[in-house]
Ligand binder design. Sequence first.
Ligand SMILES: O=P(O)(O)O[C@H]1O[C@H](CO)[C@@H](O)[C@H]1O
Ligand SMILES: Nc1nc2[nH]cnc2c(=O)[nH]1
Length: 266
Amino acid sequence: MKESIERAKKYITEKVEITPEIGLILGSGLGFVADDIENAVLLEYTEIPDFPHSTAPGHEGKLVFGKLKGKNVVALKGRFHLYEGWNPETIKFVIYVLKSLGVKKLLITNAAGAINKSYNPGEIIIVKDLINFQFKNPLKGQNLEEYGPRFPDMSSAVDLEWASKLKEKVRKLREGVYIAVLGPSYETPAEIKAFRKLGADLVGMSTVPEVIVANHCGIKCLVLSCVTNMAAGVLETPLSHQEVMEVAKKVKEEFSKIVFHALEVL
Ligand SMILES: O=P(O)(O)O[C@H]1O[C@H](CO)[C@@H](O)[C@H]1O
Ligand SMILES: Nc1nc2[nH]cnc2c(=O)[nH]1
């Protein structure tokens, strides 16, 4: 893995001058955030040695480097989900590449279903904690001690200080617990009822592996979920990825504004 990280890093640093401080992982239909990056330099995932490629709809597969709200950033316009068939270690590799490029903080975004019935489609929620219902861990296998410990602590997996600074600025933001499933099928109503009993407010098929690796290698994370739909069984309508992407598109301005605030409070 070390050689692959070095190869990817070498390719990227030869093409891009800036050192990104903040990484942004953009969820389904949320890639528009990268369109506001100034002096953008774009790299296709497919051109970077050993880098995985995006296969999920609504995930373009580009790294975008540049300035956002005065900060040097790199945005991942497209993430890697386990349901695509990627090995969990692929996610470790991607986060390690970000770390090797200089990323200190990660703003992770996702589209999620609302288990909490008081949430509304289009609402943006700060994730305060996570449940790994994927039962896979990206840190399995040989540990690279120079990146982080074998047994990382997960008692504050997200950066609550960053979250509270954002909440001070955007008072209406509510918080919730995100549960990650493997997917790609959406949940049954019985699963959603069970997840509610477990204490989950939001459900999706991503984010948790990214947070685990980031936490392990000392990158602080803020997670923002865009509620794109009420989870299965809450309403009578069936779920579709089409709807997920449409709702994400509708909240474009509001979502971008909150991301800008999240960068400004740093
Ligand atoms: O988590 P992101 O990538 O935002 O996408 C969410 O939306 C897709 C399902 O509609 C799944 O990929 C789920 O994880
Ligand atoms: N698993 C899951 N992922 C989602 N992504 C967006 N909405 C949902 C949902 O309801 N369930």
